[in-house]
Design a binder for this molecule. Structure first.
Ligand code: OFO
Length: 172
């Protein structure tokens, strides 16, 4: 059993993960339009991950006798300017999610809700990895540069990072 306050906070997190799922799906479609198939594949994978994050909390709330709420769908942007700007936006979004997870951890601690505290540890680790991989991509973009000729190499680089991440997940 979780408190009403915790239930509400977890439902807000469900909505945040759901909005990331849709935002990243929209980014994937935009990348595809730019001919950046490696980035499109990467963002598609990120979108699926966010859906899994959302469902994990959804199921948890139900398990602890709370009521998980299916969030409203807000249409995300469909144009992201440049590939660098898009990844900057992804990184900023991940930082926002990390802050939100940390707030949930603080609430679980304040309420002596050790079950939720334990459940959230997976998200703490996940956010560390997500922020690290977005930083890696932004660093590579800075090294490669953003001229028209560079887009091909950025796409290949992101494709390689994506394949390595997927292989690591399969090995988990
Ligand atoms: Fe689930 O927010 Fe990214 O990882």
């Amino acid at each position: 059993m979780i408190s009403k306050k915790m239930e509400k906070a977890l439902n807000e997190q469900i909505a945040l993960e759901g909005s990331a799922c849709f935002l990243y799906l929209s980014m994937s479609a935009w990348c595809d339009q730019q001919g950046m198939s490696g980035c499109a594949q990467f963002m598609r994978h990120q979108s699926a991950e966010e859906q899994m994050h959302m469902m994990k909390i959804f199921d948890y709330v139900g398990e602890v006798n709370g009521h998980p709420i299916t969030p409203a769908i807000k249409q995300p942007a469909k144009d992201f300017g440049t590939i660098q700007k898009m990844f900057e936006q992804v990184y900023a979004h991940e930082q926002k999610v990390t802050k939100s997870i940390h707030k949930l951890v603080s609430l679980a601690k304040a309420e002596d809700d050790y079950t939720t505290f334990e459940f959230l540890q997976w998200y703490v680790m996940e956010q560390r990895e997500e922020e690290d991989s977005m930083r890696t991509i932004l660093d590579r973009i800075k090294i490669i540069g953003t001229g028209a000729q560079s887009l091909y190499f950025i796409d290949k680089e992101v494709e390689a990072i994506s394949a390595a991440a997927e292989a690591a997940e399969e090995g988990e």
